[in-house]
Design a protein around this ligand. Structure first.
Ligand code: MTE
Ligand code: MO
Length: 373
């Protein structure tokens, strides 16, 4: 069993797939903390968790002209200043199950909690690329490609890439992280080193990082080329051509209700509703609207958590609303929708954004509950 070496996991996690391990925390626990405790942080593995010996670990960085740097863990930690970033990671498949209810899609049945937030610490990717010899003046289209130590049966490693501009921008905050929430990275989250690309889809945040290279082409990996792309609802598995769509990088505006849970029964009087809101690309969340009547009337939720600088708002905002339950109502259709700094909004329904892979599922989140009489 190639998975026999996987680490132990927290029993509260809702397991989506055991081998490889994919799990999300219970939604109500997710918004208990602004920083998700690492044990409860959602886990998305495509392959077995590699066992890495920190003493022999080397990170290979290909410099210009094929010169290769080989960095040990102590070198990575001592040669480059440690930089810390609070960033939210969201899987492209978060909320996929809602798309599946429209028409079947291919992928793991994620609920609303394939998203979590941590304080990441590590070396800036731009410092390492500069050390390897890159100056930032490369013209035309370039990409920074990453490879993981996790390999499939054919021997190909998990891989992904990001635009060179994002990697080199001072305001890009891309890290080669060796710390998560003030401790060394847990094995499930990429021990000893992972990429953290704030504002960008989870899939590019390569764990168990073994190799970095700058290339004219995006990563040749399956996950960059033939997965993690969005399509029209009209495209099916007979007609899909993965070369026609760009790889997902920055994610769109997202929000969801974590409490009360679906089908809850609440007492009459006052009701407190909680959730999260986040947008990709460093766009902050400027507002969360909440409705108790399916979207006919709206309240503005209160947001908590750090307000990060414009263009670098990498972390979610947790929000809550306390509102009177309208007298006489027996059922409530709670809805939330968020707005980001570019005034991007969430679509009201799932149908028009349905896609065969079930990615980018960000329609208004709806929770139907009963009011006790
Ligand atoms: N990196 C490697 N090496 N292998 C993987 O399977 N999964 C990716 C990304 N990085 C993956 C990886 C995907 S799809 C996501 S959503 C995030 O890691 C999940 O990160 P987490 O498990 O720390 O939450
Ligand atoms: Mo993902």
């Amino acid at each position: 069993d190639p998975y026999s070496g996987d680490p132990p996991r927290h029993p509260a996690l809702k397991v989506n797939s055991l081998k490889p391990f994919n799990a999300e925390p219970p939604a109500e626990l997710l918004t208990e903390n602004y920083l998700t405790p690492s044990q409860l942080f959602f886990k998305r593995n495509h392959l077995p968790v590699p066992a890495v010996d920190p003493a022999s670990y080397r990170l290979e960085v290909e410099g210009p002209g094929g010169r290769t740097l080989s960095l040990s863990l102590p070198e990575l930690k001592s040669r480059f200043p440690k930089h810390e970033v609070t960033a939210t990671l969201q899987c492209a498949g978060n909320r996929r199950s809602e798309m599946n209810h429209v028409r079947p899609v291919k992928g793991l049945e994620w609920g609303i909690a394939a998203i979590s937030t941590a304080r990441w610490g590590g070396a800036r990717l731009r410092d390492i690329l500069a050390y390897a010899g890159y100056g930032g003046e490369e013209t035309g289209e370039w990409h920074v490609c990453f490879e993981g130590l996790d390999k499939d049966l054919s021997g190909s490693a998990y891989g992904a890439s990001i635009p060179y501009g994002k990697a080199m921008a001072c305001e890009g905050d891309v890290l080669l992280a060796y710390e998560m929430n003030g401790e060394e990275l847990p094995r499930d989250h990429g021990y000893p080193v992972r990429v953290v690309v704030p504002g960008v889809v989870g899939a590019r945040n390569v764990k168990w990082l073994s190799r970095v290279l700058v290339s004219r082409e995006e990563s040749p990996s399956h996950w960059q080329q033939n997965d993690y792309k969005g399509f029209s609802p009209s495209v099916d598995w007979d007609t899909v051509d993965f070369t026609t769509a760009p790889a997902i990088q920055e994610l769109p505006i997202q929000s969801a209700i974590t409490d009360p849970p679906p089908s809850a029964t609440v007492p009459p009087g006052e009701l407190t509703i909680k959730g999260y809101a986040w947008s990709g690309g460093g766009r902050g969340v400027i507002r969360v609207d909440v409705s108790l009547d399916g979207g006919r009337t709206w309240h503005v939720a209160e947001m908590a958590g750090e307000e990060q600088p414009p263009g670098r708002a990498w972390a979610w905002r947790l929000w809550q609303l306390t509102a009177p339950v309208p007298t006489g109502s027996t059922e409530l259709d709670i809805v939330c929708k968020a707005v980001d700094t570019s005034y991007n909004v969430q679509p009201d329904t799932v149908e028009p954004i349905w896609n065969l892979r079930g990615v980018l599922s960000n329609a208004w989140h709806r929770v139907h509950i009963t009011v006790a009489q």
